[in-house]
Design a binder for this molecule. Sequence first.
Ligand code: IVH
Length: 623
Amino acid sequence: MEKAFPDLRNNNSPTQRVGAPPVDSLGKVKHAAPMLSLNAAREEKDVRDFFDFIHRNINKKKIEFVLEPKFDGFSVEVIYENGKFVRGSTRGDGETGEDISKNLRTVRALPLKLQEEKPCPKMLSIRGEVFMTKDGFQKLNKERIEMGKEPFANPRNAAAGTMRQLDPKKVSGKPFDIFFYEIIDIDSESVSFSRHSEMLEQLPSWGLKTASMHKKCASFEDIKRYYDQLAENREDLEYEIDGLVIKLDDYKDRKRLGVRQRSPRWAFAWKFPPREEVTTLEKIVVQVGRTGILTPVALLQPVDVGGVTVSRATLHNEQEVKKKDVRPKDKVRVARAGDVIPEVVERVKEPGKKRENPFSMPKHCPVCSSQIYKEGGYHICPAGLFCPAQVTGGIIHYASRGGLNIQGLGEKTVKALYQKGLVKNIADLYNLEKDDILKLEGFAEKSAGQLYEAIQDSKKPRLDRFLYAIGIRHVGKRVARDLAQEFGSLENLREASEKELQNISEIGPEIAKSVAAFFKQEENKAILKALKKAGVRVKNITPEKKATLKEKTFVFTGSLKGYTREEAKEKVEMRGGRAASSVSSKTDYVVVGKNPGNKREEAKKRGVKIIGEDEFERLLRQG
Ligand code: IVH
């Protein structure tokens, strides 16, 4: 319609969400008011100094602060006029930034129109942080590597790099989200706030997202408790944070203190320990994964990175090693983000030092000596089940936590079983006797018995777990779940044609092809038959467990009587729903157990439905 009637075209039309045509360069825009930065420190004593400074300069008994997470994303200014999105820009030098309006329009979490629950301001310039979820970041990097492109070092770089793209279509569909936290300028005739906490309360009802975890407090002990709590929860969050921000609540007090050298005196960032360290790279080795892909891995002098000892880090692929030009004995910067595999970020230059020879990928598989071939950015060993690394990799994957979760069957044990000729494929696991396990180094009567039992206990896997565990190419946990729900049984799935598979909305052509091919292959047929013979019975997904909770998002808080958090999550996911770790505008239900946390308050604030365990069980039963 917009093509036929260009007059109707409008910058905030849904067609802009998928990306406007590319531009030659990003225009410059002056911010409504300077975008300041924060004074920051890691040491508690410096935070204490800030706290004392405020108390010396504000003459009140009780001074209130607002504590917020410090999002590790990309800072933007967003402007609304009469409730409509008009412009968004990067921080730039704080005075002037780059116009990224077209890119921001593709971010679904950013409203193009404010909801007018309260009068909307005529002009609102607001600051927020655009970020990529950890999951989205990993997926994006995987795609980049597959295309032979350089992966991003962390979600922040990914967000910044993508947001400054000249082609909005390349931004559209990327896993972005945004939180808002500070007003830069507002026309105060229509709306005015006297406190930061008041402002944060208002934003969601305009449709502007805030992080659920902000908290008001007055004592230093409370600040410290929040810091410890946040540091502990850091790994569980869906996005990266790198500390907390302490802000004066009262806007009058803020004004009194003012700004010094581009940082407000009324706010302070307490940063977490760094997740990057410098160490020596000792050696580059090449690993062969279960899919045959060769990955160069850096063996490092062990170093503590934000509380975890790191002694190996991935270098992704040959191109990466070349690009970063890392060689044995170099000093390198190593980073770790959440539970993501540590990686070598860059080489630390040491002028004048004599260096070793550059690395190159082997021409033959380091495990089975087969000749390597290249596909995209990857080097691949073609030997499949004839390559011991791929065989053991497949068995390790089968037994892993996300697979059939066979306790005690880790990498070391699998390799030992393989070397002794006791296990050549996953079906052989079930023919193992306790005495076989006893032959392995490090096993005694009791531990051998336990491993034997754990293997026997894995004979009745649920269909989705089994589909993931057997390692079909392109079938991750999510796809395994979709396939299980759609087909209900292994037999049904095995019979499905490529075309039938493609007809499922969640399954793309590549996955369909790979699944159909898997069940056609003779070796796989033989292994499935052997598993059956060994007594493995895959549990079907019964019709009542079909997608009765499709598209519903649950958040859990407090402890439930009947289930662990993990089990409750699984129940929801088995019915097509989603379990998230924080309350957002997308949450449908917050399930409250014993001793709930502040997610319950958050749900109340956002008007999200709050239910107890009984109601949750009723939802699980319906259908
Ligand atoms: S307030 C005038 N609050 O941290 C105060 N900043 O310099 C302006 N950041 O680039 C900042 N989370 O982008 C504030 N909750 C939060 C924040 C936050 C992340 C970023 C901000 C800035 C950097 C520190």
